[in-house]
Design a protein around this ligand. Structure first.
Ligand SMILES: NC(=O)c1ccc[n+]([C@@H]2O[C@H](COP(=O)([O-])OP(=O)(O)OC[C@H]3O[C@@H](n4cnc5c(N)ncnc54)[C@H](O)[C@@H]3O)[C@@H](O)[C@H]2O)c1
Ligand SMILES: Cc1cn([C@H]2C[C@H](O)[C@@H](COP(=O)(O)OP(=O)(O)O[C@H]3O[C@H](CO)[C@@H](O)[C@H](O)[C@H]3O)O2)c(=O)[nH]c1=O
Length: 338
C-alpha cells in the first residue's frame, strides 16, 4: 500500500541515502523531507534522484518550529515519521551543546506532539508509526579488553552531550508509546560509512586530507574501536523495522566490522595508494593529536535481535564497502576540489 512518509533531516548523510533507497524500493511512496539545512545538510545530497519525482517534497525548516510542524501534519496525510534530524557530531557537542538540546530533544518532542495530536483525532495513534533513529552511543562505552557488545537490554549510559541528547530523545519517544499508546519504534545503529557524509567525520576527513597531502589527525593513541556499518545496509534495516518491527520495541543494528581507528585509517590509505599511486605515501600523513575529551573507547553492537526476528543482516563486505566509499569521495574531489 502506498504511504506518505515524513522523513526528518533528509538532506544529511544517512537520511539522504535513505531517501535514495526508498525511492527505488517503494517508488509509489510520497516522501516529505523536512530539513533545516544546517551546516551539515545539503539539498544536493537528495537532488539527484528526486528532481523529477512527483512523489517528493522538500520543506526547508526546523523540526523544533511547532507551527511549521503542525502545518505539515495538517497539509499532508502522514502515515509515518522516520526521524533522523539531529545535530550529530560529538566534537561539536563537547564545544557547545545548546543546539543539540534544541534539535535533538526539543525537535523530537515537537514532532511527537504533532503526530500524537493528529493521529489521536483520526483514531490512528496505534496504527500510524513514529520511528526514532538512534545511536549505539546511548549505551556508553565498552572496554577494549572484553568481547562484550551492546544489546537492547544494555542500560543507557550516555557519556557525551551528543549521546545524552539522543538518549533524552529516545526516552521521550518511549514515553509516548507508554503514555498515549502511540505506535513507536526505535533503532540504534553503529557508525555508518558511505557516500554523502559530512567532511567533519573521521572517514571523509581521512580521505579529504590524504588527497590534499594534509596531516590525517587521529585522536589519542588511535586505538579506539568503532563498529562500521555500510549506510545502505542501515537503510535496508530501517525500511524493515519501520514496516515490520514491533511497536514499543528497540532494535540494534551493527556492521560486524570492529576496527581501531588506526586499522581503519591504514586500510583507507592502502586504497588511496592503489587509486592514486602518483601521490605521496598516504600513511606518512597520519598524525596523532590530542584526544577527544571523554573519548568513548569502544562501541560494538549485538544485532542478533533484528537478525533473528526480522531476518536482516548486513550484506556489504567491509573492504568492498570501503572501496566504493573511497572511490565516491575521490570522484567528488575530482569534480570539485575543496
Ligand atoms: N552517522 C552515524 O554514524 C550515525 C550512527 C547512528 C545513528 N545516527 C543518527 O542518525 C541520524 C542522522 O545522522 P547523520 O550522520 O546522517 O547526520 P547529519 O549531521 O549528516 O545530518 C543531519 C541532518 O539533520 C538536519 N537537521 C539538524 N537539525 C535540524 C532541525 N532542528 N530541523 C531540521 N533539520 C535538522 C541537518 O540539516 C542535516 O541535514 C541522527 O539522528 C544520528 O543521531 C548516526
Ligand atoms: C573526526 C575525527 C574522529 N576521530 C576518531 C573519534 C572516534 O573514535 C572515531 C570516529 O569519530 P566520528 O567520525 O566523529 O564518529 P563518532 O564520534 O564515533 O560518532 C559517529 O557515530 C555514532 C554512532 O556510533 C553516531 O551516533 C554519530 O552521530 C556519528 O558522528 O574517530 C579521530 O581520531 N580524528 C578525527 O579527526
Amino acid at each position: 500500500m502506498s504511504k506518505s512518509l515524513l522523513v526528518t533531516g533528509g538532506a544529511g548523510f544517512i537520511a539522504s541515502n535513505f531517501i535514495h533507497y526508498m525511492m527505488q524500493r517503494h517508488p509509489d511512496y510520497q516522501i516529505i523531507n523536512i530539513d533545516k539545512l544546517t551546516y551539515a545538510g545539503s539539498e544536493a545530497n537528495v537532488q539527484e534522484n528526486t528532481a523529477s519525482s512527483g512523489n517528493y517534497q522538500f520543506i526547508k525548516g526546523d523540526i523544533a518550529d511547532e507551527q511549521l510542524v503542525n502545518n505539515i501534519f495538517t497539509e499532508y496525510d502522514i502515515d509515518g515519521v522516520i526521524h533522523f534530524a539531529a545535530e550529530s557530531h560529538v566534537d561539536r557537542s563537547i564545544n557547545d551543546a545548546k543546539a543539540f538540546i534544541e534539535s535533538n530533544v526539543l525537535g523530537t518532542i515537537v514532532l511527537l506532539q504533532a503526530a500524537r495530536d493528529t493521529w489521536e483525532k483520526t483514531g490512528e495513534l496505534s496504527t500510524r508509526r513514529f520511528h526514532q533513529i538512534s545511536t549505539d552511543e546511548v549505551y556508553g562505552a565498552l572496554d577494549l579488553e572484553t568481547n562484550e557488545k551492546f544489546n537492547e537490554q544494555t542500560p543507557y549510559d550516555p557519556r557525551n552531550p551528543y549521546s545524552a541528547s539522543k538518549a533524552g530523545a529516545d526516552m521521550l519517544v518511549k514515553s509516548f508509546g507508554q503514555t498515549y499508546g502511540m505506535n513507536v519504534v526505535t533503532s540504534s545503529s553503529s557508525n555508518n560509512y558511505g557516500p554523502r557524509q559530512h567532511p567533519e567525520k573521521l572517514i571523509p576527513t581521512i580521505i579529504s586530507n590524504a588527497l590534499q597531502g594534509k596531516p590525517i589527525p587521529l585522536y589519542g593513541d588511535g586505538k579506539n574501536v568503532r563498529d562500521w556499518l555500510y549506510v545502505e545496509d542501515h537503510c535496508r534495516a530501517i525500511d524493515l523495522i519501520f514496516h515490520e518491527g514491533k511497536a514499543l520495541e528497540k532494535y540494534n543494528i551493527g556492521g560486524g566490522n570492529e576496527r581501531t581507528n588506526n586499522e581503519l585509517t591504514r586500510i583507507i590509505c592502502d586504497i588511496l595508494d592503489h587509486l592514486k599511486p602518483e601521490q605521496h605515501s598516504h600513511k606518512s600523513l597520519i598524525t596523532y593529536i590530542g584526544d577527544r575529551k571523554g573519548h568513548d573507547r569502544r562501541y560494538a553492537v549485538d544485532d542478533s535481535k533484528i537478525r533473528n526476528t526480522l531476518g536482516w543482516k548486513p550484506l556489504t563486505v567491509f573492504n568492498n564497502g570501503l572501496n566504493k566509499t573511497v572511490e565516491w569521495y575521490v570522484d567528488q574531489w575530482e569534480k570539485a576540489p575543496l
